[in-house]
Design a protein around this ligand. Structure first.
Ligand code: PLP
Length: 359
């Protein structure tokens, strides 16, 4: 009988070297770490969802192409008629599909640094080389460096989050257009925070054949459903469709998302509340002289403070969970990120931070 090798001998070395994506335990805490919408849906809508769930034929596979859901998305998100849609189990899955599809030997997946960590992680999963072009100190796009890197490395795909996570800012739209025009590969604009930004490349799709726009319902209030989408030319979408695992969007996600999208105004009103809370919180934090607060077009705020690690820990002891970015990238030294919660949660966070810094 053969003796089994242990994982160290079987698993790819770059996977062995990975640190697992860490989700912080949050039971019973004020959860301001993951860019979730803090609001629930209205009771009447929840009742409708309950009835849909009760009647759903869960003994059957779901609609493989999710046509009804795609139609609802087209209406709700102003997707140009001529564009194709690819659905993912969260937009993370879409990033993975694109990366797998372009991962020829020596192909490069490019993004900026700091950016959404999944761009780099998924590049590793899918065996495509990752290259991150540093942002400037103020987290703006370094266009000159980008154009040089594009000319030199000819990336198969560039991912740019707009607004960017974890920094919260929108890159200059003209700079992004220059990147799209300079690139001979794909450029994916990840608009996960679109609802809080009011800016989009969706209407540019018809002008640039190498442009794709990615959205998700996660930050909008449906994080638990897991639904992301890619919008772009049907020639691209057709190829990616081949790599989408059959039935990746479950029947509950299809039914509930379709229902909620008939009430997009509910989600958009919640987003408006979050935006006004963002402005209140940003003003409050900016008034604290110990903090450097970065402008945000998303549903979170990035700030820098001395001894960020210690402050993060003390907040946690007080049952307030935010995200520590200190230690993840040189530009994020002493940086913390707080998601905008309910007015009460935000107040508790602000009061606690104020107390910690002034005791
Ligand atoms: C949260 C986030 C996503 C992932 O969203 P899911 O649809 O929940 O997988 C994608 N891109 C960025 C920039 C994000 O911040």
């Amino acid at each position: 009988m053969p003796i089994f090798d242990n994982p160290n001998q079987i698993i790819r070395p770059e996977i062995l070297a990975l640190a697992p994506y860490h989700v912080q335990p949050a039971t019973g805490m004020i959860k301001l770490d993951a860019m979730e919408n803090p609001y629930r849906l209205p009771t009447a809508l929840c009742d409708e969802i309950a009835r849909l769930a009760a009647d759903a034929p869960i003994n059957r596979y779901p609609d493989a192409s999710a046509d009804a859901l795609k139609f609802a998305l087209r209406q709700a998100l102003d997707i140009p008629d001529e564009m194709g849609i690819l659905l993912g189990n969260g937009s993370d899955e879409i990033i993975q599909i694109i990366a797998m599809a372009v991962a020829k030997p020596n192909a490069i997946l490019m993004s900026v640094e700091p950016a959404f960590v999944m761009f780099r992680m998924i590049a590793t999963f899918t065996h495509i080389q990752y290259m991150g072009v540093p942002l400037k100190n103020d987290f703006s796009l370094d266009l000159e460096a980008m154009l040089l890197a594009i000319a030199r490395y000819r990336p198969a795909v560039i991912f740019l989050a707009y607004p960017n996570n974890p920094t919260g800012n929108l890159f200059n739209a003209d700079a992004i257009l220059s990147v799209i025009q300079a690139s001979s590969g794909l450029v994916v604009i990840d608009e996960a925070y679109h609802a809080f930004a009011g800016a989009s490349f969706m209407e540019k799709l018809t002008h640039f054949p190498n442009l794709l726009v990615m959205r998700t319902l996660s930050k909008l209030g449906l994080a638990g459903l897991r639904l992301g989408l890619l919008v772009g030319g049907s020639d691209w979408v057709m190829q990616f469709e081949k790599m989408r695992l059959p039935y990746n969007i479950g029947i509950m996600t299809q039914l509930i998302a379709e229902k909620v999208l008939q009430h997009t105004n509910v989600l958009l009103e919640q987003a408006e509340t979050i935006k006004s809370e963002r402005s209140i919180m940003s003003t409050f934090l900016s008034a604290m002289e110990q903090l450097e607060v970065f402008p945000s077009d998303a549903n979170f705020i990035l700030f820098r403070v001395n001894k960020a690690d210690q402050i993060f820990q003390v907040l946690k002891q007080r049952n307030i969970l935010i995200k520590k970015l200190d230690g993840t990238h040189a530009l994020l030294e002493n940086c913390l990120r707080v998601t905008i919660g309910t007015p009460d949660e935000n107040q508790q966070f602000c009061t606690a931070l104020h107390t910690i810094l002034n005791h």
